[in-house]
Write a protein that binds this ligand. Structure first.
Ligand SMILES: [Zn+2]
Length: 134
């Protein structure tokens, strides 16, 4: 049973969310993050986790994986986010020139670009070899 309200100060909750994400080899949804915080002192409701994620995203520490509706620690690199559909591994492949070309083409079309998200779905090298990560 979840607590009715978070008693955890924002900086403490943010540190706990980062710790949970550091301990996960795969992106986690806000619900999974909240589940992993259960039992810890000051465990948070999902709404508090979402607010924490918003703060951490604004600070550049966490990023959303759109295709998984989940969050991971930011690699602080721009490029294409590779998402393994088999094991859930994610990794940013730096491709700054490609992003600049895509951005320029979008802006030239007159579209008001808010945020550019480029994610590639497939299988990581370990899964392609038949040895998925644990
Ligand atoms: Zn994989």
């Amino acid at each position: 049973m979840r607590r009715r309200a978070s008693i955890c100060p924002a900086p403490v909750l943010d540190a706990m969310v980062v710790q949970v994400l550091e301990g996960s080899p795969r992106p986690l949804s806000a619900y999974h993050i909240a589940d992993r915080l259960e039992g810890r002192r000051g465990a948070a409701q999902v709404a508090s986790v979402y607010r924490s994620i918003a703060r951490l995203t604004e600070a550049g520490r966490v990023e959303r994986v759109e295709t998984l509706s989940a969050y991971r620690l930011s690699e602080r690199r721009t490029g294409v986010l590779l998402v393994c559909e088999q094991c859930g591994m994610t990794r940013t492949l730096a491709m700054p020139a490609m992003r600049m070309v895509v951005t320029a083409e979008i802006l030239a079309s007159g579209f008001g670009l808010g945020r550019l998200v480029i994610e590639a779905l497939g299988r990581c090298a370990q899964c392609a070899d038949g040895t998925p990560l644990p």
